[in-house]
Design a binder for this molecule. Structure first.
Ligand SMILES: [Zn+2]
Length: 507
């Protein structure tokens, strides 16, 4: 089959790109994409394609591309964005896969299922999956093999180091628990009990074993002026910038009681045959215990059986209408429902880690819910859509071609005579050419939006749907929207300002 001059003609494409730098936690900056990815866009347009957008994420060896924040939006099979393009163009396969077999089989299956093409930038229209011809097929296979090799190299290096450290039963990362100090050099670290540990850890465990509550033990340690481990870092920060002095809490005591380090056990990832079994193994690492196993077990049994007091979690009441959809317009953080003394209920800006205090934006639940309700009831312009699959012939023909490709590959192993093999090969090739020419005029498989109709035959609007829905149904509808809120001030008066925007329109 000859390659047309405009191989991407009629294809709407997105570019999966890589950001030049990784944003830090809480940082809301879009870093520029790498230069070669910018060229991918030009290349696609040059090949006759219709450019739609660029999805850029930072490359990570841990997170599969399908789970990276920007790419995810585009590939989610239940989302609206997936219907807006026909092909993903990349300069390198790491934009689509970490290089593992698992990633590749996942994206290949995804592409087949959704009738998408995966295209690596290159001469003669690039390399395509699904393959247009043998050359695509072999180049794609080669690209996968190369990516796989790079991935294995990196993984082996990091695992070997982890394994070496474990074999030596030394500390390989993790937080330092109360009562221990880190000693040793970079690759020869271990934990050593300190004087505070010898003095305080046994009585803490004894008190819990004897039935004292977590809160009582925390209060006792504070009254003894003992500092939790987080205190040291706090004491070193600028007095103008640091928060309140860290104190013991029921939570920190509970974490301590559950920690096996105090009986000399440290959990680490178990590595078997080069495969990391995350969180599955208990590996003993050389740590001197501060208490014996009998006391540890007794304290833990007591903790597990203790009546659950204290704060009631949100489990006891129905989820708020706007939870998950409402964000602070001032700082972009999510806003969650908060019940305060006297029965007042608010949505409150939750902020970003490491500052979970939020920026102070607060709005009464009843006010916010009614603002949203009013606007959704008014939402008469937006008609609702279902996406209906309209089968074409493309994928069926493609599958048939692939089957013939495999048959051709297997031919020499069939034990045929030269004449028979040649005849069979000619037959298969003719059939393949026939199918390839059919493919050129084949009707593509497509998802097409179909307006949903009311019982009386008029198009259903978002307002119709909203009015008919119960609370759970309304929450479901709101999943598609991003709502933001803040207070505006004008001449000493406060005015609520909000926006309701479909999520697919927001980054
Ligand atoms: Zn905020």
């Amino acid at each position: 089959m000859s390659t047309p001059e405009q191989p991407l003609e009629g294809l709407r494409f997105i570019v999966a790109a890589r950001q030049s730098r990784k944003p830090r936690a809480g940082e809301k900056v879009e870093f520029p994409i790498e230069a070669q990815d910018k060229r991918a866009k030009e290349w696609g347009i040059d090949q006759g394609g219709q450019y739609v957008d660029t999805a850029a994420d930072f490359k990570s060896g841990v997170v599969a591309p399908w789970d990276r924040p920007h790419t995810k939006e585009w590939v989610r099979e239940t989302g609206a964005k997936i219907h807006g393009y026909d092909a993903i163009v990349v300069t390198k396969t790491d934009r689509l896969s970490r290089g593992t077999d698992e990633d590749f089989s996942m994206i290949e299956a995804w592409a087949s299922r959704n009738q998408k093409k995966l295209i690596i930038v290159g001469p003669d229209g690039g390399v395509w999956y699904p393959a247009r011809h043998d050359s695509d097929f072999w180049q794609w296979t080669a690209a996968k093999r190369q990516a796989n090799r790079e991935w294995n190299d990196i993984r082996d290096r990091s695992m070997n180091r982890q394994l070496d450290l474990q074999t030596a039963r030394k500390l390989s990362g993790g937080a330092i628990p109360f009562g221990y100090d880190v000693s040793g050099t970079k690759f020869d670290k271990t934990l050593k009990p300190n004087d505070l540990g010898w003095e305080w850890v046994p009585p803490i465990f004894q008190r819990i074993r004897d039935g004292k509550s977590l809160a009582k033990v925390a209060a006792w340690l504070d009254s003894e002026n003992l500092k939790p481990v987080t205190w040291l870092a706090w004491s070193k920060t600028d007095p103008d910038e640091r928060g309140p002095e860290p104190k013991w809490s029921p939570k920190s005591i509970a974490q301590m009681i559950r920690n096996r380090i105090y009986i000399g056990e440290r959990r680490a990832d178990l590595i078997i045959n080069g495969q990391r079994l995350r969180g599955k193994g208990v590996v003993r690492i050389e740590v001197e215990p501060l208490i014996d196993a009998t006391l540890w077990l007794a304290a833990n049994k007591r903790l597990a059986n203790a009546p659950r007091g204290g704060r009631r979690g949100p489990k006891n009441w129905e989820p708020a209408l706007l939870t998950g959809s409402l964000f602070c317009q001032k700082c972009g953080a999510p806003m969650y429902r908060l019940k305060v003394r006297g029965g007042y209920v608010y949505y409150r800006c939750h902020g970003f880690l490491p500052n979970p205090k939020g920026c102070g934006t607060l709005v009464a639940e009843s006010l916010m819910d009614s603002i949203v309700d009013e606007e959704m009831r008014d939402n008469d312009d937006a008609e609702t859509y279902d996406y209906v699959f309209e089968p074409g012939e493309e994928s069926e023909i493609q599958e048939e071609i692939d089957r013939i490709r495999v048959k051709l590959l297997d031919l020499p192993t069939k034990g045929l005579s030269y004449e028979e093999e040649d005849a069979e090969r000619a037959k298969l090739r003719t059939k393949r050419e026939e199918l390839e020419s059919q493919l050129k005029n084949a009707k593509p498989d497509r998802w097409i939006p179909k307006a949903v109709l009311n019982d009386d035959g008029t198009p259903q609007t978002e307002a119709d749907r909203w009015k008919a829905a119960d609370l759970a149904g309304k929450r479901e509808i709101l999943k598609k929207y991003r709502i933001t809120f803040m207070w505006d001030e004008f001449e000493g008066e406060r005015y609520p300002r909000h926006m309701i925007v479909p999520r697919w329109l927001t980054p």
